[in-house]
Design a protein around this ligand. Structure first.
Ligand code: GLU
Length: 426
């Protein structure tokens, strides 16, 4: 559903995620009257690693893959962030995602910096054994740069708890001891946290509850359309459905669904698990995904990828609340249009921070070797998400800015403060 990059009507710059990040950072830094030196420090990633590495494919041939790991900032703690597998991964995308992790961890006030990794590949065309060999070799290539106190990867697009188990095992083999806290998002029996898989969706539902209460709305009278039915989208839909919201639309990459009476999300998840797609689901009528984004609803949750709401379609968004489950789904030019139209935006670095927050809990539990119940995890997650939402709103009001710039200001302020406090080593 990504807007085609050969579409001449959409400026290349608008669709470059690193540019999109920089525009928001500059706006926030300006509002904060940020010291020029600190501005320069935070505007660049601290470290960018590029690796080209061979993998033996199932047919015996050798393929060479390109992988990235970008560590944007480590002022507040070890770098933290996911690893994605996709054919269109680029250094600028990974840079942007790494910086969003810095800001996200600071918004929810957890002791991490920001990082992101990516490998250019088409996971849909690879077997499990090829994915395993690629993951292990990528891990070996970046091994001196990751670690519980250095940089802690996690799942992102097209990676999951199995991927994390492979990374943990590869790292542990090299260290000659099991090091569970080198990654988060692991299976629960090998140091994963209860609640981690559903955590991003859970956090989305918590801030949605806060937002509708703030706007004087009630779940039962609130309609929701979710774009994406992967880990984030499906868990957000499940959580919102469970809380009494009416999830009327699901827009997936291979087709959409609409039911004005509400979709049974548990049944849809079962259907997708069985058939591999949301298509041909009997509990809703088929719809065109791009059109679903523009349909009448109260809450629109883009939970797939970047550049979904752009200058080309932002004016057509009819939702009252744009709740960003994905990283970077909205471009800066779309921000301006949404603001003019009074759309209440819950920005990605707040809305989807539930994932990394429970990753933080996983890292803590691994390091102390004592594991919490799901209820304990979720209670702590709820508290952090609620407090962060209120803090962002307070910043927006105090500084007369929109929610996104407020979230950036809060984050940049915290990272800048720590950077100054630590001082510049030389
Ligand atoms: N990939 C997720 C994100 O973008 C989670 C990162 C993490 O848990 O470290 O927030």
């Amino acid at each position: 559903m990504q807007i085609a990059t050969d579409d001449v009507s959409v400026d290349q710059k608008e669709l470059n995620p690193w540019e999109a990040q920089a525009v928001r950072f500059d706006l926030a830094a300006k509002k904060l009257n940020l010291d020029t030196g600190i501005w320069k420090v935070l505007r660049q990633p601290a470290r960018e690693i590029i690796v080209h590495f061979p993998v033996t494919m199932d047919d015996g041939s050798i393929e060479v893959f390109t992988g990235y790991r970008v560590q944007h900032n480590v002022a507040r703690g070890p770098a933290k962030g996911g690893l994605r597998y996709a054919p269109d991964v680029s250094l600028d995308e990974v840079r942007a995602l790494a910086s969003w992790m810095t800001w996200k961890c600071a918004v929810v006030n957890i002791p991490f910096g920001g990082a992101k990794g990516g490998v250019i590949c088409d996971p849909k065309k690879m077997s499990q054994t090829e994915l395993e060999r690629m993951t292990r070799r990528y891990t070996a290539e970046i091994i001196e740069f990751i670690g519980p106190e250095k940089d802690v990867p996690a799942p992102d697009m097209n990676t999951n708890e199995q991927t994390m188990a492979w990374i943990m095992d590869t790292y542990s083999m090299h260290m000659r001891q099991t090091v569970t806290s080198v990654v988060t998002g692991k299976p629960v029996n090998i140091g994963g946290s209860r609640g981690r898989t559903a955590a991003t969706g859970h956090g989305i539902a918590v801030v949605c509850d806060e937002a509708i209460a703030h706007l004087g709305m009630k779940p039962a009278e609130t309609t929701v359309i979710v774009q994406g039915f992967g880990n984030v989208g499906s868990n957000a839909a499940k959580q919102l459905h469970a809380r009494g919201y009416k999830v009327v639309g699901i827009a997936e990459w291979d087709g959409g669904l609409y039911n004005a009476a509400g979709i049974d999300i548990a049944a849809l998840a079962e259907h997708k698990a069985k058939t591999g797609s949301v298509r041909n689901f009997s509990g809703a009528e088929e719809a065109v995904s791009e059109e679903l984004l523009m349909r009448e609803c109260d809450v629109l949750v883009p939970a797939a990828t970047e550049n979904v709401i752009t200058s080309q379609n932002a004016a057509g968004v009819k939702a009252k609340i744009l709740l960003e489950g994905a990283n970077g789904p909205t471009t800066p030019r779309a921000d301006e249009i949404l603001e003019k139209n009074g759309v209440f935006v819950i920005p990605d670095i707040l809305a989807n921070a539930g994932g990394v927050t429970t990753s933080y809990f996983e890292w803590v539990q691994d390091r102390m070797g004592y594991f919490w119940t799901e209820a304990e995890v979720n209670e702590r997650l709820d508290r952090i998400m609620t407090e962060s939402f209120r803090e962002v709103l307070r910043y927006a009001k105090e500084h007369g800015v929109n929610n996104r710039i407020a979230a950036y200001m809060l984050a940049v302020d915290r990272v800048a403060y720590t950077t100054k406090q630590r001082g510049i080593y030389a």
